[in-house]
Design a protein around this ligand. Structure first.
Ligand code: HPA
Ligand code: ZN
Length: 319
């Protein structure tokens, strides 16, 4: 099985409806009516509605044990499809909204990582993410917390959420994280155009999540390639949410041909019917990538990973 690595996946967004329902039940909660459609799948009609549905699911995830279970189930699933390394984007703000302390939240995730490694040999690390639409002050709080290195598995700082809140307002949060030596990544160029990717490049980031709309500005694509910034792309997420009408229109092959380093991610797998292995298969089927091409995608993910050098070289040896 081809070795795979994933740098762009949101932890709460990995929990399928059945797991969210099980967690809600054991917390004595009922799942919000609007969360699921009649087909039993997460229900949303567009990106902003998706974010609200995501928040509804997160609202019943309350304890360190819940986070352990979500982490363990996701990582063991990915290991069974060839995953060797995952960076999980975790959101202290979502945990805080349900009264779960930052340290407890991390301990739950770390337990899931340790148990998945023990059972399946997969490795994982944690990015602490702020949410644009929760505001600048909250982002600074998350960055400060991450900068204290609250757990050895915390290796990076990220910014997700509603892209209409411009990244330029979050410079202080990124400076705090970068000054502490954390790797930094930011969502851009998914819903907003190339100007949002340019704004992202002004931050101390070595990666951009999505970034695909950079394709609309050839000079920008050149700059991304020249600077060696990696785009963590999620083709299925883009097609399901309607950024592109079909895989055939997705710019991933053109970005790659322009020399941009790219990785594959599932973003929020059960919401989009995506999986890490599925993204690899889509690149094979729609873009004609062979095993060597796909292994190079995994290599690019290991190059761009925020883990330490020792783990990176152990993982490279597994390719
Ligand atoms: N995009 C932006 N913000 C998010 C996402 C996403 O896919 N998932 C959770 N927060
Ligand atoms: Zn994302």
């Amino acid at each position: 099985m081809l070795a795979k690595a994933e740098l762009h996946v949101h932890l709460e967004g990995t929990a399928p409806p059945e797991l969210v329902a099980r967690i809600a039940a054991r917390n004595g909660l009922t799942i919000p009516d609007e969360m699921l459609g009649e087909d039993g799948r997460f229900h949303y009609t567009d990106f902003l509605h998706f974010l609200r549905t995501y928040d509804l699911a997160a609202s019943v995830i309350r304890t360190a044990q819940d986070y352990r279970d979500i982490t363990y189930e996701y990582l063991t699933d990915v290991a069974h499809e060839g995953g060797i390394y995952v960076e999980l984007t975790a959101s202290p703000d979502h945990a805080a909204l349900v009264g779960l302390g930052d340290d407890e939240h991390l301990l739950g995730i770390a337990a899931g990582i340790d148990e998945a490694r023990r059972d399946c040999g997969i490795e994982a690390r944690i990015l602490l993410s702020a949410v644009r639409n929760f505001g600048v002050e909250q982002a600074i709080r998350v960055a400060r917390y991450a900068a204290q290195r609250p757990h050895p598995y915390v290796v990076g700082f990220a910014l997700a959420g509603d892209e209409r809140f411009p990244v330029s307002e979050f410079g202080t949060a990124f400076a705090i994280a970068a000054d502490a030596g954390l790797g930094c990544t930011v969502h851009a160029g998914e819903w907003q155009g190339p100007e949002s990717v340019r704004a992202a490049l002004a931050l101390p980031v070595s990666r951009i999540d999505h970034g695909v709309r950079a394709i609309e500005d050839p000079a920008l694509v050149e700059e991304i390639a020249a600077r060696g910034v990696t785009l963590n792309t999620c083709p299925t997420s883009n097609v399901v949410l309607g950024v592109y009408a079909a895989y055939a229109e997705h710019p991933l092959p053109r970005l790659r041909a322009a020399g941009v380093a790219i990785t594959l991610g599932s973003d929020d797998p059960p919401y989009f019917g995506a999986s890490l292995a599925g993204e690899y298969t889509i690149c094979a089927e729609h873009f004609g990538w062979d095993d060597e091409d796909l292994l190079a995608v995994t290599g690019a993910a290991l190059d761009a990973a925020f883990c330490d050098a020792e783990l990176r070289s152990d993982l490279r040896a597994r390719l």
